[in-house]
Design a protein around this ligand. Structure first.
Ligand code: ATP
Ligand code: MG
Ligand code: MG
Length: 423
């Protein structure tokens, strides 16, 4: 990975864009890039610098990502969902020994929702926090769909990042901790900027979590001290406000130009995408609602579980996809799976997730329009942000996008249920 076309061997202290940015510490890495905490020497503020691998495929993907990110910056700054999607601050090219690397500069964010879910694993994330996150992601999605003409296509907990409070304050903590470390290897740059073996991969992963932990420690006063469970529970339910942002637009596309039909991570994949049928912005709404769900195996198992939960597919949908014949017969029955047990959403919420009758009903009423099987009829994100269940979201009480009806569908959103080719 450290050859021509690969990662750039970033070192701490390295300058980018003719000295505008100085690298301070690694934040993380992904398939396409390494991401670095850096100081902007003009503003004296800290930023996240993403340095993309140099091979043509990565460069082209990164250029598409920048176009999408620029649209997000400019489309409609006063939409209430704007602040719940990441902001691109700058982009440029950087020449190094392995080639020319596209670089993107973002605001510094904290850990992702998967980390939060894991930390609350045994008791579940407190409901006020769930409502804040849900409402904010729905608002962010509405912004992407309605104002930017963008479909995320990979919405999942890993791609929703928690905003951190006072970045500059927390960076100080970081730097102090770094200085204290005997472990001098940690910030040597190239030798540790990308995984080289499974073992190292694991180490990197741990380090990334640690970095994110430090960044998140100050958020909403949530104490991350594992020994103090009770304090954490109190902290998070004390009415503090969390703020999250939809991130990683690396797989996103335009409502008028889908780059591929091979989209979404299994667990969050919509029925129309599984079946190879037409899809549009509404596919993200499915993923949003599926974030509260379980894991699936093969395509037909996944479809079977959807049927168990939501009832049979309308015939028009089950026969409309490229892969429909493999999953359904001509009568619209599943080919390989016969015995389905009907386990409806409100019952699942009660029996599996132990919600009280009344709460189960409220949550089911909220999720059902988002989990509508037919893409055309699926509720839009912005409307549902005003749903009854989110009425009492701490810090966002009664907040709605003006003029949007709860449960309204693709009205006003181009490409809601299929790709719209322009001119
Ligand atoms: P992927 O394989 O997920 O597509 P990628 O190369 O496109 O990876 P990102 O997912 O954008 O890279 O970023 C890699 C990691 O860097 C993230 O998982 C996260 O830990 C960290 N990171 C990215 N952006 C930020 C940010 N703005 N603030 C803090 N950390 C960030
Ligand atoms: Mg990512
Ligand atoms: Mg990516």
């Amino acid at each position: 990975d450290y050859c021509k076309g690969g990662y750039h061997p970033v070192t701490v202290g390295e300058q980018f864009k003719d000295g505008k940015y100085t690298v301070v510490r690694k934040l993380g890495w992904g398939h396409f890039s390494t991401v670095w905490l850096s100081r902007d020497n003009v503003t004296q503020k800290h930023v996240a610098l993403k340095v993309v691998r140099s091979a043509a495929h990565y460069t082209e993907t990164a250029i598409d990502e920048i176009k999408l990110l620029n649209k997000i910056v400019a489309a409609k700054p006063d939409h209430p969902g704007r602040k719940h999607v990441v902001s691109l601050l700058d982009s440029f090219e950087h020449k190094g020994p392995n080639g020319t690397h596209v670089c993107m500069v973002f605001e510094v964010l904290g850990e992702n929702l998967l980390g939060l879910i894991k930390r609350w694993n045994h008791r579940g994330i407190p409901m006020p926090l769930v409502k804040q996150i849900t409402k904010q992601v729905l608002l962010g999605l509405d912004y992407l769909h309605r104002e930017c003409g963008i479909i995320h296509t990979d919405l999942k907990p890993e791609n929703v990042l928690i905003e951190i409070g006072d970045v500059e304050q927390i960076v100080k903590t970081f730097v102090k901790e770094d200085l204290k470390k005997d472990d001098k290897e940690d910030n040597r740059g190239s030798s540790n900027a990308s995984p080289k073996s499974e073992k190292e991969d694991e180490d990197k992963h741990k380090q990334r979590e640690k970095t994110a932990d430090i960044l998140t420690r100050e958020v909403s006063g949530i104490s991350l001290d594992k020994s103090n469970e009770k304090k954490r529970a109190e902290d998070a339910t004390a009415g503090d406000i969390i703020s999250v942002k939809i991130a990683d637009l690396g797989n996103a596309c335009w409502t008028g130009h889908h780059f591929t039909n091979d989209i979404q991570t299994r667990q969050y994949r919509s029925p129309e995408v599984i079946l190879g049928a037409k899809w549009g912005a509404s596919t993200d709404v499915w993923s949003m609602a599926a974030m509260s769900g379980t894991k699936y195996g093969k395509d037909d198992d996944h479809i079977a579980q959807i049927i168990e939960l939501l009832g049979p597919f309308p015939k028009s949908l089950c026969l409309s996809g490229k892969w429909s014949q493999e999953i359904f017969n001509r009568k619209g029955e599943l080919r390989n799976i016969h015995r389905l047990r009907h386990w409806a959403l409100p019952d699942v919420l009660k029996e599996k997730y132990h919600f009280k009758e009344e709460d189960a009903k409220k949550i089911a009423d909220f999720l059902t329009p988002l989990l509508e099987l037919t893409p055309e009829k699926r509720a839009n994100a912005g409307g549902m942000a005003g749903g009854a269940w989110l009425e009492d979201t701490p810090g966002m009480e009664g907040m709605k996008i003006p003029g949007l009806e709860v449960g309204s569908k693709g009205e006003g959103i181009e490409g809601w249920a299929n790709e719209v080719k322009k001119r």
